[in-house]
Design a binder for this molecule. Sequence first.
Ligand code: TRP
Length: 459
Amino acid sequence: MERENFGSKIGAVLAAAGSAVGLGNVWRFPIETGQNGGAAFIIIYVLCIILLGLPIMISEFLIGRHTHANTAGAFRIISNGSPWKWVGRMGVFTGWFILCYYVVVGAWTMHYTFLSAINAFYDVPAKQYEDVFNNFVSNPWLPTFWLFLFIGVIHYVITRGVRSGIEKSAKLMMPTLFIITIFLAVCSVSLPGASLGIEFLLKPDWSKVNSTTILDAMGQAFYSLSLAMGCLCTYASYFDKKTPLAKSAVNVAFIDTLIAIMAGFIIFPSVFNIGMNPNEVGVGAGLTFVSLPNVFQQALGNGSFLAVIFSSLFYFLLFVAALTSAISLHEVATAYVTEEFKMSRRNGATLVTVSILVLGTLCSLSFGPLSDVKLFDRNIFSLFDDLSGRVLLPLGGMLISIFAGWVLDRQLYREEISNGGDLRTPYFKVLIFALRYIAPLAIGLVFLDQIGVFNLIPH
Ligand code: TRP
C-alpha cells in the first residue's frame, strides 16, 4: 500500500506545531512562569528547549523520516530488531494512554465554548463557578455527550488521511489559533491595570529560581513539545526527503513557545485587572474552568457583548489547541495498528477510536459516578494523567536520547539531518553531545523527581 506524505513543508511544520501547541501551553506554562520568577523562568525554559527539547525532537524526526514507518515499526527497523525496539512500542502505548484522558478535557473546552456563547456566565456569583464546574463534570451524561462529539471530530480528520485530513486541518486550524491568540492578548493587554499582569509574567526574579524550578521547566518543555510519545516521530514519517529536520524542529519549538508566552498575555492582565491574586487562580482545570470564566466576566463586563466574545473565543482557542494535539496522538496509534497489523486505515482508526471512547468515558465518569474507583489514592483520570506524564514521558525521553546519542549510527545521523549532504550542519557535534550527556542526565533527574524520590530526602 502506498504510504502518504505531507504535501508541503509548511504543512508538515504546522501539523507538528499543532501537536505541540495544546492545553499545556495555556493552562500550565503561564502560571509556572508567573510563579517561578517570570522572565527568569522563561530563560531557563528556553535553555531546556534548546539543550534537551531540540536534540530529542530532531532525533524523533530523524527516526520517523528515515524509516517511513509508525513509531513501533520505526524503532524496530532502525534498531535492527534489538531490544531498543521496545522504546517505540512504549511510545505508542503512552501516546494512546495520554489520549484517553486528554480527550476528556477537550470535551470540557467544547462545553465551555458553548456556555460562553450563550452567555451562561452572566450574573454567576464569583463563588459559584466551582459549583458550575463540579456539577458539569460529575453529571453522567453531559460530559459524555461532548466527549463523543470531540472524539468524533478527531475520527473524522484521521479517516480523511494524512494529506486531506491532518495536513489540511492543520493549515486551517493553526492560523486560526494564532489569530485568536493575538486578538485575545491585545484585548487583555489593553485593560486597565494590565501592566501589573505583564510585570508579573515578565519581570525576572532570580530569587525564585531553585532546583525544583529547573526540573519543572524541563518537564514542561517535554510535555509542551509533545516529545517521547511517538507523535513527532509518526508525523516525521510523512515528511519527504527535502524537509529540513533541524530547521523544522526550530520552527515548531518557536511557535510552541510563542503561543505559550502569548497565553500569559491573555491570562494575567485580566487577572490583575480585577485585583485577583495570581497565586490563587490555580493551575490546570481549576485555572481554566473555575477561575478564568469569572475573571473574564468581571474584567470585561458581566454579561457584556465583549465578555461573551472574549470567553467564547478563549475556549474555542483551547478547543482547537486540544484538538490538533489529540489528532496527533490518535495518529500515533492509528499508524501503529494499521501498519503493524495490516489493517485498512479506516478499520485501524475505528479500532483506536472505539478504544478511546471506552477508556475516555471511564476517565470522564471518574469525576461523577465512578469517583469512588481509586487506585494509589487517585481516580481513573489522575491515574492516566500521572502515569503517562510523570513516569512514562520522562522515561521515554531518556531512552530516546540514549538511543539517539549512543546507539544510532553517527553516519546515518549526519546523512539524515543534512538531507544527504545538501544542508550544512555546523551544530552536529553539539547536538550529539547534548544527546549523549546532557539530555539523559537531566531527564533522569526529572524522572526521579516526578516519581517523588527527592521528596524522600529531607531538606
Ligand atoms: N503538547 C501538548 C500540549 O501542550 C500535549 C501533547 C500532545 C503531548 N501530544 C503529546 C504531550 C505527546 C506529550 C507527548 O498540551
